[in-house]
Design a protein around this ligand. Structure first.
Ligand code: PCA
Length: 219
């Protein structure tokens, strides 16, 4: 049976002009390399809208696999997120001015969820194909963590078998080239490589039933 796959990306935020995750979605849509039925979703950086978009997408697609993408400015590697925390503590407002200061994502939700993706198989698989990748143990307390927590919570609450998680990606070279003091040396990864990483992550997630038990190589 063909796997149903959802990949999401975010619009720019905090005066950013680009978010490479949208470019990755465009490239995935244009290529035929994803082995499955692909649905891409472009998300607003609006804290109040994420839950309804995730809920509607789960109802509409009933996906087998869900990978959300976000930009982590300053990161130089692909970061496969392990944990989503039940906290909204925004260092900058979202795009419509919400700036929660420590409230939960869902009032009665557990403190955290682990990604249900095979995070080690994805991380080791990407590294062995030459793509710098790490496991990240915090998806921050901003919109991306909210997105990851919301997705895992709604999947758990509805008893779905969808496997889900989050991948943070570095800035694109064109975004890095727009930076001014003091961030002018922002690390970047070309969008071709970022897209290849996401394609490989999808394949590894579909192929891997039980995750690897290799010890970590980073904290
Ligand atoms: N990155 C932000 C939100 C949107 C995005 O692409 C984050 O890391 O929370």
């Amino acid at each position: 049976m063909t796997a149903r796959i959802v990949i999401t990306g975010f619009e720019p935020w905090e005066h950013g002009t680009e978010n490479p995750t949208l470019e990755v979605l465009d490239r995935l849509d244009r290529s035929n390399e994803v082995e499955g039925e692909l649905s891409t979703v472009r998300l607003p950086v609006d804290s109040s809208r994420l839950a309804s978009i995730v809920g509607d997408t789960l109802d509409r697609v009933r996906p087998d696999l869900w990978i959300s993408l976000g930009l982590a400015p300053g990161s130089s590697v692909i970061a496969v997120e392990r944990i989503a925390a039940n906290v909204l503590d925004f260092p900058v407002p979202d795009n419509v001015g919400h700036q929660p200061g420590g409230e939960p994502v869902f009032a009665n939700g557990p403190a955290a969820y682990f990604a249900t993706l095979p995070v080690k198989a994805i991380t080791f698989g990407l590294r062995s194909s030459g793509i710098p990748t790490k496991i990240s143990n915090s998806a921050s307390t901003y919109g991306c963590n909210q997105m990851m927590y919301t997705t895992l919570h709604l999947i758990a609450r509805q008893g779905l078998s969808t496997r889900a998680g989050f991948i943070h990606v570095p800035a694109s070279p064109s975004l890095a080239a727009q930076q001014v003091y003091p961030q002018v040396e922002m690390p970047s990864m070309c969008v071709d490589l970022t897209t290849r990483a996401v394609q490989k992550a999808i394949t590894l997630a579909l192929q891997t039933k039980a995750d690897l038990q290799e010890p970590a190589f980073n904290y």
